[in-house]
Design a binder for this molecule. Sequence first.
Ligand code: UD1
Ligand code: MG
Length: 470
Amino acid sequence: MSPAPDLTKPALRAVILAAGRGTRMRSARPKVLHPLAGRPMVQHLAAALAALGPAEIVVVTAPGEGEVAAAVAPAAGAATVTAAAQDPPLGTGHAVLAAKPALGSRPGTVLVVYGDTPLLSETTLREMVARREQGAAVVVVGFRPADTAAYGRLILDAAGTLARIVEHRDASAEERAVDLCNSGVMAVDGVLLFDLLAGVTADNAKGEYYLTDIVALARGRGLACAMVEAPEAEVLGINSRRELAVAEALVQDRLRERAMAGGASLLDPASVHLSWDTAIGQDVIIEPHVFCGLGVAIGDNVVIRAFSHLEGARIKAGAIVGPFARLRPGARIGEGVHIGNFVEIKNAGIEAGAKVNHLSYVGDARVGAGANIGAGTITCNYDGIAKHHTDIGAGAFIGSNSALVAPVTIGDGAMVGAGSTIAGTVAPGALAVTRAEQKEFAGGAERFRTRARARVAKKAPAAPAPRSKV
Ligand code: UD1
Ligand code: MG
């Protein structure tokens, strides 16, 4: 249940701008839906906003991009998510105007964020809201990038307070020399926002309606404006695949830091890839080159050995996985289980203390507690039409290179002889073997070799006559 809203405070609302064309991504997918650590970038932003408990989030998109608002909703907490289309895109100020029917003019704070700037921290957002509530009409997040490039510049007055924002294209040489840049993120008084925007014109180098102009307009009315400075990494904008990769690296760093702070040892952190929802317990060891896709939960004291690939897998305390293991969705690895090299587990529960140590495929199955699955065991779960279940009892022993043709049940404590193909039920405690009986021929090996050599000699062409040296 979400906490009861604090009715003494004016509501917080947010607008996510995402109607830009994002052409530099060269993608059929809207830019803000490209994933970082396994979830759409706009969802990272929605989650940071949701931490502040906004009443409403309006997502401004190009027409026909309802999927963007749909992607925001799952991370928006208790906020109502509304989509607003902007058509055509005539600038950031024009984009915020598209949210007017949904927002209206109400007391409180409106946060304006860019969908392609997803690394904003909750701390920065909170600071903006606090500064706004202390009386600033407009609060802007500034930063000092290593390369000031084409960013808008924040121009301060003699007293050091924010006076206006000038876009790079419209800036004088002196203004371009300013290293304090506009991240684009703003917190604005909810009553004044659309009032100020009404005064914005497209009289500038780009011929667009700049949201940034509301700062000078507010100051012109004698209203206070303020600036909150953030680290560059937080306000990184993503416009290309290269920038997406830079952002991914930053997110990965944050996730690895979180895992280590939580008590996990990453032997070579930079080579471990995590997802936003990867849950890692205490005293976990993760060796180099491990990939965790979505939905991975790793319990305490687990060791994930090098080169393992995990997705949708739950691993309980004390298990050892890998090296070179593949856990696919629905893999449920019990306490103290050993999953070894070149083992693939899919939609299967491996119960406490069981071992699958080498070269196996276990899919759509249950492996009972303490069972031992020999090298090369394969559950034949698919007959070309449907998937079937394999049930292996507690303490069972499956000999190496066995094929278990599902649906099939192996009882508790039963044994399967190596090399067997098991298609029928094996009773608890029984021993099943299906391989052909062994035949032996005394001296047969030598007889075989003699015949084989003779055959080869008969077929071989006559050796060429040796050439005399000149
Ligand atoms: C903007 C700022 C600039 C700042 C920079 C930071 C303005 C006028 N300029 O410039 O001061 O330094 O961001 O990255 O605000 N969008 C719409 N509809 C539009 C235009 C844009 O929804 O009509 C959205 C985009 O999808 C994007 C965001 O607004 O999420 C920013 O737009 P963009 O075109 O990248 O603005 P910049 O020119 O980079
Ligand atoms: Mg931009």
